[in-house]
Design a protein around this ligand. Structure first.
Ligand SMILES: [Mg+2]
Length: 270
């Protein structure tokens, strides 16, 4: 697949952690990046696998950095999971492993959450859960073995916490996969579902949409899986060495989002 030239890019699907900020530190060029997209009339969706924050919490974080976006410019893996189920199984009765935000997203889409009566569940949805217990795993295991559909919000096996690397949702999925022999349907990157939803929201196509991210194995591979042009920034987890010599190669590589803003500006000649 041939990457599209930057002057053709009208829609961006942008990862947040390691792209817009690192922890509580905004990354270089943050304000300029959003100003440039607005000035050029570009559309964007901020799309993240991270299930620990709601859309509103991301709005608040961006506002703290002086950036205004709207709720429909944010897509989290719980939101994408709820949208997927609402489309493919609107009658689903769901047993949820996850934090309260995940069940809230499912209910907001009119889906039934049946954790109080798990025997009624048709689907098991698994998201990152810092209150995970053996009981929850056992219930999910029994349901999946009985034929309930098995869905994971995102496949990240680790999570970078303040204390260091801790288990992410992919680790929980691995436990259930081991205990059931069933592969989950995964919604987040690098599966294409979240990218496809983001593109649909913007009315974009592979001819005018690109993905921006800091991880080769999720953002960039996810973009490739969705047939999209990819832009890597080096402010997150990928070193220049990995960017230029790794097995997964991004179509474009920039030092940071400030450089992307400058390149978009130059490409449009404005
Ligand atoms: Mg990231």
């Amino acid at each position: 697949m041939k990457p599209i030239p930057l002057e053709k890019v009208e829609n961006l699907i942008v990862d947040m952690d390691g792209v817009l900020w690192r922890g509580d530190q905004p990354l270089p060029g943050l304000g300029r990046f959003f100003e440039t997209m607005r000035r050029l009339g570009m559309r964007f969706i901020l799309a993240t696998n991270n299930a620990s924050k709601s859309g509103d919490e991301y709005l608040a974080k961006l506002e703290k950095f002086g950036v205004q976006v709207s709720l429909d410019e944010i897509l989290t893996s719980p939101q994408a999971t709820a949208a997927y189920l609402a489309r493919h199984a609107p009658q689903a009765r769901v047993f949820v492993i996850g934090e309260p935000g995940l069940a809230a997203e499912l209910r907001a889409r009119g889906l039934g959450v049946v954790n109080d009566a798990p025997e009624r569940a048709t689907h098991v949805v698994v998201g990152w859960d810092r209150t995970l217990t053996y009981d929850k795993l056992a219930e999910a295991c029994l349901l999946i073995r009985r034929g309930a559909a098995f869905i994971g919000t995102n496949p990240d096996v680790t999570y970078p916490s303040e204390r260091g690397i801790v288990p992410g949702n992919g680790a929980t999925l691995a436990a259930l996969r081991a205990a059931t022999g069933v592969e989950p349907i995964i919604i987040g990157k690098p599966q294409p579902e979240m990218m496809v939803q983001a593109m649909a929201r913007m009315g974009g196509t592979s001819e005018n949409t690109a993905v921006v991210g800091d991880r080769l194995d999720t953002d960039i591979l996810g973009g490739q899986n969705a047939g999209l042009t990819t832009i890597l920034v080096l402010t997150g987890v990928t070193s220049p060495e990995e960017a230029y010599n790794g097995a997964i190669r991004s179509d474009y590589v920039f030092r940071d989002i400030g450089e992307i803003a400058d390149a978009l500006q130059r490409a449009r000649g404005r």
